[in-house]
Structure formats: structure tokens, C-alpha cells
Design a protein around this ligand. Structure first.
Ligand code: FMN
Length: 251
């Protein structure tokens, strides 16, 4: 085991931060690490928006419905960014028709996600804590407006960083035998039975997010969380199209 793997095996989401600021030198390193991540086709189809305005931070925390968003020493919004390359094409008198599609959208999502994960792991290795914030999607149109995001961009999640003010348990994870398939997809005869041990393990996890409440089993979480849809989230396709991406081929 080396220090990198130890850091990764200890990763957990931190949702409470002290007031201690993060030294600029560390911030610069984290951004450099993010920038050095792999990206699809070398096209860098993502951007990072740093939120330094405290009112903007509060507005985003309201959208996320998570007060700890405003408490993070650093807050970054990761954005799919196909706009930059569209402008390069435009300046060269070329069409951007072929990049307004879901291929670019998926590539931008993986580019931004890899950069963010690199940043989070590096942050954790330096004693910081991090939280991903998919909750910006509670009202993605409002985030677009607040951040003045142009055509062919799309905010995917935020990342809050700061010095931890809590020490949560490691959250039990899906057993590897359920995630790892050999040469194709292997379906268990019954998912509830296959997940029984994991269900029991999840019930030993105390969720600080829920005020330290004991967690439901995994299958019960699926049954409770995934039967209803948050209204704005089910309309995300409309927001994606509004930003100039085509969800489907038109020919
Ligand atoms: C894309 C993404 C979005 C997430 N959004 C939120 C969020 O909005 N708020 C939050 O508190 N945690 C968020 N999380 C953290 C997950 O809830 C967390 O990773 C998961 O429950 C596993 O716990 P762990 O990170 O402590 O292992 C998000 C994680 C990911 C990967």
C-alpha cells in the first residue's frame, strides 16, 4: 500500500467545514492537478467556475437546498464546455453543427468529472475534505442564468472544499462482485437476495447528513428514493436542449 492508495481508500464525503481558509498555494496545486486530467480526444470540453462572490455562493446554496454549500472555503462549479471549441470553429469560418450533439455532451461530462475527481483526491491527500454537489441540478436553468453560461455549456455539479469539521464513517459500497462482470453482463437470479449482505452492512452506517440517523438498507433506499422524481430533474432534457445541444439526431 502506498500513500496515494491509502488516501483513496479513505475517501468519504465531507459536508461540514471549519472557517480555516485554504492557502492559495494549495488551491493552485489542486487546479493544476484538475487541469492535468485525461480528457476526451484532447479537446478539453469542460470549464471550472470558481465562486468567490459570497452572495452568489448563498444563492447556489439555496438552489442546492444544502446550507453547507455556502460554508465551503472554496466552491467550484464544473461545466461541460463545448462553447470554447464552437467559437474556435466560428472564428475559422467553420460550422459547429457536428459538435452540438450528445457525443460532445457525454465527452464534456467525463472530462469535467475526471478533473473534479482528481481535484478531490488531491485535496483529500492534503488534509482537505470535499463534497460533490449534484444538487445544483435542482434548478439548472437558474444556475445557468446566475453564472452567465453561454450556448453549448452545461453545469454538471459543484465541488465544495474545506478543512473538515466532521469525521464521518466510511460509507459501505456496492460489493465488487455486483459491479464487476466478466466478458459480459451477469444478472443475479434475485437482486434483493444477492444484495442481502450489503443491505445489512448499509444498516450499520450512521449518516451525518441525516443528523447521524442510521441508514436504511440499500434496496430500501432504492425503493424509497427512486420511485418519485424531483420535477426539475425529470425535465433536464429541456434544459440541455435550451443550451444548444441536440438530444437526438435529426436525419
Ligand atoms: C455526481 C455526484 C453528485 C453528488 N451530489 C451531492 C449533493 O448534492 N449533496 C451532497 O451532500 N452529496 C452529494 N454527493 C455525494 C454522495 O451522496 C456520496 O458520494 C455518496 O453518498 C457516497 O458517500 P461517500 O462519498 O461518503 O462515500 C454527490 C456525489 C456525486 C458523485
Amino acid at each position: 500500500m502506498n500513500a496515494t492508495i491509502e488516501t483513496m481508500l479513505n475517501r468519504r464525503t465531507i459536508r461540514a467545514f471549519t472557517d480555516e481558509p485554504i492557502p492559495q498555494e494549495i488551491v493552485d496545486t489542486l487546479l493544476k492537478v484538475a487541469n492535468l486530467s485525461a480528457n476526451s480526444n484532447g479537446m478539453s470540453q469542460y470549464s471550472i467556475i470558481e465562486i468567490t462572490d459570497s452572495q452568489l455562493k448563498e444563492r447556489l446554496a439555496d438552489i442546492c437546498l444544502q446550507p453547507y454549500v455556502a460554508k465551503a472555503a472554496k466552491l467550484y462549479i464544473f461545466v461541460i464546455d463545448v462553447h470554447r471549441n464552437a467559437k474556435i470553429l466560428e472564428e475559422a469560418g467553420l460550422s459547429d453543427e457536428n459538435i452540438r450533439n450528445m457525443n460532445s455532451f457525454v465527452q464534456g461530462t467525463s472530462d469535467g468529472t475526471l478533473a473534479a475527481q482528481s481535484m478531490v483526491i488531491a485535496a483529500q491527500s492534503l488534509g482537505l475534505g470535499a463534497v460533490f454537489l449534484g444538487s445544483i441540478l435542482n434548478n439548472v436553468d437558474a444556475v445557468v442564468e446566475l453564472l452567465d453560461l453561454p450556448d453549448l455549456t452545461f453545469p454538471i455539479f459543484g465541488v465544495g472544499l474545506g478543512y473538515p469539521d466532521q469525521s464521518p464513517q466510511l460509507k459501505p459500497k456496492m460489493p465488487l462482485h455486483m459491479l464487476l462482470h466478466e466478458n459480459g453482463y451477469q444478472e443475479p437470479i434475485n437482486y434483493h437476495e444477492a444484495l442481502e449482505e450489503y443491505d445489512r452492512e448499509m444498516e450499520t452506517y450512521y449518516d451525518l447528513r441525516e443528523g447521524g440517523k442510521r441508514m436504511d438498507s440499500f434496496t430500501l433506499q432504492v425503493e424509497r428514493k427512486l420511485i418519485s422524481v424531483t420535477p426539475n430533474r425529470s425535465r433536464i432534457g429541456n434544459s440541455i436542449e435550451k443550451m444548444g445541444f441536440r438530444l437526438k439526431r435529426e436525419d
